[in-house]
Design a protein around this ligand. Structure first.
Ligand code: TMO
Length: 317
């Protein structure tokens, strides 16, 4: 029964030239989904590619740090967006325990850090320097933060360590965690009409860069060990006294068992490499165009067959 289903599926899809290898399991490939749009759309794009190959796919919403333990244990098959700044530490930790591996980098170069829309510079002309930002802290004060500035950090599970950074660098800012990515965009959007100065967590590639020109705050440059060795960075007694990597990686990761259980899917994963504009477009289809992630993925795929078809054809049986 199992075999018949698989053969029928492979037969049908073979017409499209992207058949999965008969050695692929028909168990669902479990793909984890997190709480920012590009990751959700990219996961659907790759899931839809796998479905075109006759493979079964299931999506699960998971915590974006705990997922590395899930990949290591094979509870999910892969992770498509390992951002260096947010997840490098959890990824390295899981790597050292074993069970997952690095499937290579996307073409994309990433940055995640304190960010402001350009109008903010009118109120704080020394930007993007972090010390100039700190000298302007009162410009960002709100009823909630008293005479200190408000910094809206990402949702807690992204572990951005904003509070530790404020303490390590002696900054006059209060760190507030956004409940969702949407709360970050709402903060910028609400400030736009009056050109109110705001500083929030943001990243690239993202849809936001096409909507609000802006800049990242320049903190002391990231050095390896800034999050593990107090001696690294300008404050000899503190961790997190550096910015995030300004040219961070975006990796793919897989459970070690994936290549034996779904060799064709694994083969495609090794070839996948999205660029900054492609990833920004994935986010835009949801955050600006307001499509559901599944529809956004369909639309993205339809517009990018020339990108994905060679990856899939290169992995056909
Ligand atoms: C991990 N993120 C892209 C939200 O910074």
């Amino acid at each position: 029964m199992k075999k018949l289903t698989l053969l029928a599926t492979v037969g049908a899809v073979a017409l499209m030239g992207v058949a999965a290898n008969a050695a692929d399991s028909d168990d669902p490939i479990v793909i984890p989904i997190h709480n920012w749009s590009s990751q959700i759309v990219m996961s659907n794009v790759v899931g839809q590619m796998y479905e075109e190959m006759g493979l079964n796919v299931e999506y699960v919403t998971t915590d974006s740090q705990a997922v590395y333990e899930s990949v290591r244990l094979g509870d999910v098959a892969l992770e498509l967006e390992v951002w260096e700044g947010a997840f490098g530490a959890s990824f390295r930790e899981a790597l050292s325990k074993g069970g997952l591996h690095d499937v290579g980098d996307h073409d994309a170069v990433t940055r995640e850090d304190w960010w402001y829309p350009m109008w903010t510079k009118d109120a704080c002309p020394g930007l993007p320097d972090w010390e100039a930002l700190n000298d302007c802290a009162e410009v960002f004060a709100t009823a909630e933060t008293g005479d200190k500035g408000r910094y809206l950090d990402g949702p807690v599970d992204w572990l951005k360590h904003g509070q530790e950074r404020v303490e390590a660098l002696g900054m006059d800012f209060v760190v507030v965690n956004a409940g969702s990515a949407a709360a970050l965009w709402a903060e910028i959007g609400a400030a736009e009409a009056d050109k109110k100065p705001v500083v929030v967590f943001n990243w690239t590639p993202n849809f936001a860069e096409a909507v609000w020109p802006g800049e990242f705050v320049e903190f002391p440059a990231w050095e390896d060990g800034c999050d593990t060795d107090p001696a690294v960075g300008p404050n000899p007694d503190a961790l997190y006294d550096c910015g995030n990597p300004a040219t961070g990686y975006l990796k793919k990761a897989a459970w070690d068992g994936m290549k034996d259980q779904w060799p064709s899917a694994y083969c495609v994963l090794t070839k996948i490499s999205f660029t900054n504009p492609q990833i920004a477009e994935m986010a835009k289809l949801v955050d600006t165009d307001e499509l559901e992630p599944e529809e956004a993925a369909e639309e993205w795929l339809a517009a990018n067959r020339a990108v994905v078809d060679p990856w899939m054809q290169g992995c056909s049986a």
